[in-house]
Design a protein around this ligand. Structure first.
Ligand code: APR
Length: 307
């Protein structure tokens, strides 16, 4: 089992580390265009193996030969946001980067599952899908797991209750118009509306929508990477261990939820065959409207792509 991570920056290197520490693969291949960075970070990580007690090998490289026959490729390469930028501002530069990488993935690992992390997420997932020509169930994007993790963290802070007991889901595109589902947010089965007053819930939803921007404002020179990498690796683990997790992921829709020909965040079952099922849950009219608006904004971005 080989997992390749493309982009050895903040998100990519942390993904590689998490994959190795969880021993999700025998080999992790870390690829970047900067000479020395994937080699140095990979070796440094590998040297932590005796202390952390994992047997995963970590290979850093600037080429794709070493990625040959990867089972999973996590794409994190590309520009990250700086203060004042939206994820969409990264679109054209990152589309070129993701297209080039996808060509290499299709060439060297035609049977891989691809997990996109590069932003703007839903649009980049489409670029990889189009470029590789892979079945849509093998190309999906990380966004909902991260947005949901942020939402659950904020609810846990508000309530002083373990994150493990907070169940929630955030759908829609990975942008400020994402769709946190209040109707499916519970604390051990108790509807969230019984525990948190509406004005506080509204504030938490707003903070979730702007969660990425909050980190960018703190960091100033880049964007979040601990939570994004944890989320991407949770998806990889669902595939590697065939866990049949029900997770919100950016998936290609062909009529589900009344939406077609776009990637957007919806509940899916993730297992060894990638997106094994899109789970069409019932939504309130307001949630449906938000999901459609979010999908339309991804579609508009896709239509403006020059690839
Ligand atoms: N091939 C391989 N690596 C590349 C390529 C390419 N064509 N182009 C850029 N890279 C590498 C850069 O050299 C850099 O090491 O991608 C890495 C990006 O790392 P960071 O700048 O640290 O960005 P990071 O925080 O990891 O975010 C990467 O993930 O969450 C998203 O919005 C974020 O789009 C951004 C991406």
């Amino acid at each position: 089992m080989k997992i390749s991570v493309i982009g050895a920056g903040n998100v990519g290197a942390t993904c590689a580390q998490r994959v190795a520490e969880k021993e999700l693969a025998n080999e992790v291949v870390l690829v970047d265009i900067i000479d020395g960075v994937p080699q140095g970070k990979g070796l440094d990580m590998w040297e932590s193996a005796p202390v952390e007690g994992f047997d995963t090998r970590i290979i850093g490289t600037n080429g794709y030969e070493e990625t040959k026959d990867s089972s999973i490729v996590i794409i994190t390469a590309g520009l990250a946001r700086k203060p004042g930028m939206s994820r969409d501002d990264l679109r054209d530069k990152n589309a070129g980067i993701v297209k080039g990488i996808s060509e290499q993935v299709a060439r060297f690992s035609p049977d891989a599952k691809i997990i996109l992390v590069t932003n703007p997420l839903d649009v980049m997932t489409y670029v990889a899908f189009k470029t590789t020509g892979f079945d849509s169930k093998n190309v999906f994007g990380q966004a909902g797991v991260l947005d949901t993790a942020r939402y659950r963290t904020f609810l846990s802070m508000e309530l002083g209750i373990s994150v493990n007991d907070i169940q929630a889901m955030v759908l829609g595109g990975h942008g400020d118009d994402m769709v946190p589902l209040l109707s499916y947010t519970t604390v051990s089965g108790i509807p969230i509306t019984q525990l948190v007053p509406q004005d506080r819930l509204d504030a938490i939803v707003d903070r979730t929508r702007k969660g990425g921007g909050e980190i960018v404002k703190f960091l100033k020179t880049g964007s979040a990477f601990y939570a994004p990498s944890a989320a991407a690796v949770e998806m990889a683990e669902a595939v590697v261990r065939d866990k049949k997790r029900l997770l919100p992921c950016s998936a290609w829709l062909s009529g589900e939820f009344g939406i077609e020909n776009t990637y957007v965040g919806v509940p899916v079952i993730l297992g060894k065959d990638g997106v094994e099922k899109i789970v069409e849950i019932e939504l309130t009219d307001a949630e449906k409207e938000m999901l459609h608006a979010s999908a339309n904004s991804v579609k508009k971005n896709i239509s403006q792509l020059d690839i």
